[in-house]
Design a binder for this molecule. Structure first.
Ligand code: GLN
Length: 289
């Protein structure tokens, strides 16, 4: 009983399935969460799972795994905070409770180079990521657009410490500048070819009903005010002044599409296709403001 990696994996998955966990922080299934935690406890990389499936665990290894599994279930700590490791697309990031766990739909768009909206990725020279958190999107930006210098802002100094660690891990300190700024405030009128943001957009009334896992995330990174649009309004009202002639603004707005369209009835928007279903990503061109 519970001798091998396979046994522990099977046990954990069924335990998770019975435990009413919220699985939405970058690890979409109970299986993904369980294998993420087990790999971490054994210091293995994902490719090695198959190889070790029938390996017998030492007592210490088993204890380490069960300890993580118990904390996930009882304290409702998202797996990424237990391992300090999160994935977004093909990229992995250091995370802790100073930043939210990367899960932005903008990542999917960046991995396609924003085609067809950006015709030549080499033409993006100045890019901006507002509310950068762990810097996950800023780092994806830098990889998608190799000529780009990226400014990445956050209003939270603790978040910027995490961002710095990730930018350094990816050897991008010369191309990703971290800026301690409330949105555009410290950017001195600088213009960008591309601005992206996954801002806080959870409505005040929805904050209380978020799954317990969200309580481990910084509230400032989630809370968007009464209608969820506080930060988004601020971004929209300043963006035109910070975009180059053909510049694009790409904003994740969550479930707030109706409220957004009511608030900005005259703003021509393009709704971008992502796997989010009812969670929306909107694009606005400089010329349309
Ligand atoms: N840009 C980061 C992300 O997409 C953080 C977003 C935030 O803190 N609201 O994960």
């Amino acid at each position: 009983e519970l001798c091998t990696v396979r046994d522990l994996l099977r046990f954990s998955v069924s335990y998770f399935n019975q435990s009413d966990l919220f699985l939405g922080h970058g690890l979409p299934s109970a299986y993904d969460e369980a294998s993420h935690l087990i790999l971490h406890a054994l210091c293995l990389v994902p490719d090695q799972m198959e190889l070790f499936m029938d390996a017998r665990l030492t007592r210490q290894e088993r204890t380490r795994i069960l300890h993580l599994i118990e904390r996930r279930v009882h304290e409702k700590i998202p797996a990424a905070y237990l391992t300090h490791e999160a994935w977004l697309g093909d990229f992995n990031f250091y995370v802790d409770e100073r930043v939210i766990i990367p899960r932005s739909f903008i990542a999917e768009l960046l991995q396609t180079g924003l085609s067809p909206w950006v015709t030549d990725p080499d033409d993006i020279y100045q890019a901006l990521d507002l509310c950068t958190g762990s810097a996950c999107l800023a780092i994806l930006l830098a990889h998608a657009f190799e000529n780009a210098v990226v400014d990445a802002c956050d209003i939270s100094l603790p978040a910027l410490e995490v961002a710095h660690r990730n930018v350094a891990n990816y050897d991008l300190t010369n191309r990703v500048n971290l800026v301690y700024s409330n949105l555009f405030a410290q950017l001195n009128g600088k213009r960008y070819d591309l601005i992206i943001s996954n801002p806080p957009y959870v409505k005040t009334e929805s904050m209380a009903s978020l799954p317990e896992e969200y309580l481990h995330e910084p509230e400032i990174a989630l809370a968007g005010g009464v209608d969820g649009l506080d930060v988004i309004r601020n971004i929209i009202s300043h963006a035109a002044r910070h975009l180059t002639k053909h510049g694009l603004l790409i904003l994740e707005i969550g479930h707030n599409r109706d409220a957004f369209e009511e608030t900005f009835p005259k703003l021509p928007c393009t709704w971008l296709e992502t796997s989010g279903g009812d969670q929306f990503v909107v694009m606005i061109k400089r010329g349309d403001f």
